[in-house]
Write a protein that binds this ligand. Structure first.
Ligand code: ADP
Ligand code: MG
Length: 386
């Protein structure tokens, strides 16, 4: 297993947790990221890391020279450079550069899903003019969602157009970005499914989970989702079908909306480990990070390796977000350490309000028990119950 070296574009927390999973399999990892102190480099003492940007062709080539396989912890990378490396060297790249290109532009992603008969919110590309935004309002009604096609994360890149008086503000907020508009999805819950895709195109869904966002940032994840078994299964099948529409191997995070009539729509797909899959580290047979490393290194993906550890396993993941008063998040972590069945993961990042600094996994035999433990740890969880 130690014959392969995996290069990771991006050295944040997702890279850090990939490094951990790879090192347990004796698989060497090399990180491409600006600076020497990124979360992934901190826990990997190799001197081989590359100091540079995952959008710089020369830096990507340098990384490729040291590796057999390249993968990403972020989709906002230079795809053209990856395509060249793929054509000109024997280095394998997973997910494939074609997949990253289709996914990193959210509107191309939507069009690709529609071509593959996968249900998504109705959307349309728009010019950055108030006339164009007004016609969208006439077509979709208000509110609708205006989104940046590229470089969007944690809600940065989205604007809710409540009515036509908000159009100037929307244009100001998203100016100079390529835009598309999406019909409002009046969801009752947001669900997510991690899917790992093997080199042969086989797809394996993790359990369906429920994600709760606050201020556009993932706050908590409930695994499995508090929906009936049929919806859970339908969400897994939809996620598998969606991931089957892309080429290459690796883990994918599939975000969905559950509508009032129980219809499911795909919101977006990430071609990498995902925040909604952090619970898998403690609650599943194999974590999303190990599943990814196995997939990109052509290692076995046996039957049921994405299942919950036991049929009665329940889990909650709570993100640890930075706060203006650092005591706040530190106290949360301290309370988690005091709580049996809770594990704390910190990413080695400095505190900034709203920044993802770590997460806490709580695993138990019932969701009620997980919620009780969460209430102690989070200290303000009145909105968390159904
Ligand atoms: P990000 O890249 O920031 O995760 P998303 O497109 O997933 O961007 O949007 C962030 C959040 O905004 C979603 O999780 C959901 O809560 C809300 N949202 C996104 N699209 C819609 C939509 N069409 N209708 C209603 N809410 C939406
Ligand atoms: Mg999202």
């Amino acid at each position: 297993m130690d014959s392969k070296v995996v290069g990771i574009l991006g050295g944040g927390q997702l890279g850090r947790m990939m490094v951990e999973a790879a090192s347990r399999l004796n698989i060497k990892t090399v990180i491409l990221e600006n600076g020497a102190d990124s979360p992934a480099k901190q826990i990997n003492s190799s001197t081989e890391h590359i100091d540079g940007s995952f959008n710089d062709e020369a830096a990507i080539r340098k990384l490729a020279e040291k590796c057999n396989v390249l993968t990403v912890e972020i989709e906002h990378v230079d795809v053209e450079a990856l395509k060249k490396v793929q054509e000109q060297t024997s280095v394998k790249i997973y997910p494939s550069p074609e997949t990253i290109a289709l996914i990193k532009d959210k509107y191309l992603q939507k069009e690709h899903l529609i071509r593959n008969q996968i249900a998504v919110a109705e959307s349309t590309a728009v010019e950055s003019t108030s006339g164009a935004l007004q016609s969208v309002g006439q077509k979709y009604g208000y509110p609708y969602m205006l989104k940046s096609r590229t470089m969007a994360y944690d809600g940065r890149g989205n604007f809710v157009v409540e009515d036509d008086s908000k159009i100037p503000e929307a244009l100001e907020a998203l100016k100079d970005r390529p835009l598309y508009a999406e019909k409002w999805a009046p969801f009752t819950k947001e669900l997510a499914v991690m899917v790992v895709r093997g080199l042969g195109g086989d797809v394996h869904a993790y359990p369906t989970v429920e994600t709760i966002h606050k201020n556009n940032i993932c706050h908590t994840v409930f695994a499995p989702a508090r929906v009936n078994d049929t919806i859970q299964k339908r969400a897994q099948l939809l996620a598998e079908k969606a991931v089957s529409a892309f080429s290459g191997a690796g883990i994918f995070g599939v975000e969905m909306f559950l509508l009032p009539n129980d219809e499911l729509l795909i919101n977006e797909i990430a071609p990498r480990p995902h925040n909604s899959g952090h619970y898998t580290i403690d609650a599943c047979v194999t974590s999303q990070f190990e599943a990814h490393i196995r997939a990109v290194c052509s290692l076995p993906l046996p039957k049921n390796f994405t299942s919950l550890s036991t049929p009665s396993t329940h889990a909650i993941m709570l993100n640890v977000l930075g706060s203006s008063n650092p005591e706040e998040w530190l106290q949360k972590c301290k309370r988690a350490l005091e709580t049996p069945h809770a594990s704390v993961y910190l990413y080695g990042k400095s505190n900034r309000p709203g920044r993802k600094l770590g997460h806490i996994n709580i695993v138990s035999q019932s969701m009620d028990d997980c919620i009780r433990r969460l209430e102690y740890i989070d200290g303000q969880s009145d909105t968390l119950k159904e």
